[in-house]
Design a protein around this ligand. Structure first.
Ligand code: SF4
Length: 318
């Protein structure tokens, strides 16, 4: 495999850690989200569609074991895949009664060829009882646990604009609690929220680095019809930066990101259909190539500007 020197690439990281290619198998639990059912808010984040970001998954009416088996069979046949991570992707997977959560995680953990379990959730749905249970499973089955947290931005004013229902504090609390159990943390960040500028992009990278977050997934904002964000876009109340500006923001983010954080994505895939806007009508792999080409041309790389922690002001006195 060609080594990527521009940033720490997820596929290469998995290859090094597990000695071969590892595939993520999406699992879709019937669930909801506290930001939809009234526990912390109604209507959800302004960009969220009805599927709760589970558009790549099988139906949630199928048992988790069946979803896992079907997805595994597909990857084995198509790619001769041998090792897998079970990925609880849609909605808020720790927003389940504890016993239901345990049952689903146990069911999945019995599967052969698993090296890990990855669980998507919100920062305000991290509780130590769930983490305790995951620690037991991790030990019992020798599985790596990753918790994927939707941060979106560290700009708490923008978090309010997108109706996230939590602020930056809950993210910091969640990361610190998860780290106590030695699980990995993945932060999801949207780099082109209309309420954010380059300063916020840099601060995203700095806070993620200061908290030693293990993985990041970068997304560009997509605009689904029949959402609050869709209404704002249709009525020209928001503008979305150009593709070139998005590329510049990704590069800026990577320059400030600590060299040890693994980058799972530079841009999200976005759902199909029913959209006002998605990735400038450009495929995600083309955007990824454009970012990498520009980084090469500029002679830049992840961590180039990572010099701000551990008392920057006193370093010259040592
Ligand atoms: S937290 Fe996730 S599932 Fe819940 S409303 Fe926001 S995007 Fe949708």
């Amino acid at each position: 495999m060609k080594q990527n020197k521009l940033y720490l690439n997820y596929a290469e990281h998995l290859q090094q850690r597990y000695g071969e290619k590892v595939y993520k198998l999406p699992i879709n639990l019937p669930g909801t989200c506290p930001n939809r059912d009234g526990t912390v808010g109604y209507g959800g984040c302004i960009f969220c569609d009805e599927e709760g970001s589970g558009f790549e998954c099988l139906s949630n009416t199928l048992a988790v074991e069946k979803q896992l088996a079907e997805n595994k069979a597909f990857f084995k046949k198509r790619f001769n895949a041998q090792k897998f991570i079970a990925y609880f992707q849609a909605f808020t997977n720790t927003y389940l009664p504890l016993e239901d959560f345990k049952r689903n995680i146990r069911a999945v953990s019995e599967s052969e060829d698993l090296v890990g379990i990855s669980i998507s959730t919100r920062p305000d749905c991290i509780n130590e009882q769930y983490l305790e249970f995951l620690a037991e499973i991790s030990k019992e089955k020798s599985l790596d646990i990753t918790i994927e947290l939707g941060l979106q931005t560290v700009n708490y004013h923008a978090l309010q604009q997108i109706n996230r229902g939590h602020t930056l504090a809950e993210f910091i609390d969640a990361v610190m609690r998860i780290k106590k159990y030695k699980f990995a943390v993945c932060a999801h960040v949207i780099l082109n929220l209309p309420w954010d500028n380059e300063l916020d992009v840099v601060e995203n990278a700095k806070i993620i680095s200061a908290l030693a977050v293990d993985y990041v997934k970068l997304h560009s904002l997509y605009v689904v019809k029949n959402t609050k964000l869709g209404e704002l876009y249709r009525d020209n109340k928001i503008t979305i930066i150009s593709l070139n500006e998005y590329i510049e923001r990704v590069i800026l983010f990577l320059e400030y990101l600590q060299p040890g954080t693994v980058v799972q994505r530079l841009v999200g895939k976005g759902p199909q259909g029913n959209l006002y806007f998605c990735n400038w009508d450009t495929s995600w792999w083309k955007i990824k190539s454009l970012i990498e080409e520009k980084m090469e041309a500029k002679g830049t790389f992840q961590g180039k500007k990572f010099d701000y922690l551990n008392g920057k002001a006193v370093k010259s006195m040592l």
